[in-house]
Ligand binder design. Sequence first.
Ligand SMILES: [Zn+2]
Length: 234
Amino acid sequence: MSATLRIATVPALEALPGCAHGFEQRLGPAGWESRESGQRRVAGALASAGRLLLLRQVHGAGVRAAPWDATPEGDAAVAEAPGFLLGIETADCLPILLADPGRRAVAAVHAGWRGTAAAVARAGVAALVEGGSKPADLVAALGPAIGPCCYEVGDEVREALGPGGDGCFRPGPRGRPHLDLRAANERQLREAGVVRIHHVPDCTFCHADLYHSFRREGKDAGRMISFIGWREEA
Ligand SMILES: [Zn+2]
């Protein structure tokens, strides 16, 4: 990959011929580039693999089907054809990438606590199943996100997650719960029938050298773009 893009990957997706994926890592400190120039940089670096499609993420569970021109509102995307890279922007939230190697279909999901409470990961799997995928055939990768080490939340988050959050909270040192966003979303995937689940388990808050973090850097935090798609056949 070019010097204009630094990414983490999972071997299980790298092993799929024609599948392009990555979880972006930061190239500079907060404020070193605008959101828009970051989007252009990543789209340019990936142009040979496909057209980068982004969403206007709203912390919900809406799924959009690629391709599109005007950026739609949504927090999950599905593509049933090669040539498109579904992109998810995060800075602590959890990016989830899904591939169906048999159908050459993909989905990408943005899951913060609100999206997790709205079952956005489940919605992403459902969109692929609607297109003909079997959950057991899917390869899922959960990327870098704020970890349970650092993700202190309020009781309203526990209430919002309900039974889906059981076992995903631990007591924090300041008396407030810490949420394991990764565990809550892995559970949703497993309940939807996905069994091939892989991780880049880094905590975005702990690793300032590698990742932007909204918790750490506030409103000036940059965004990382995670992406997945199938290259057009040569
Ligand atoms: Zn941490």
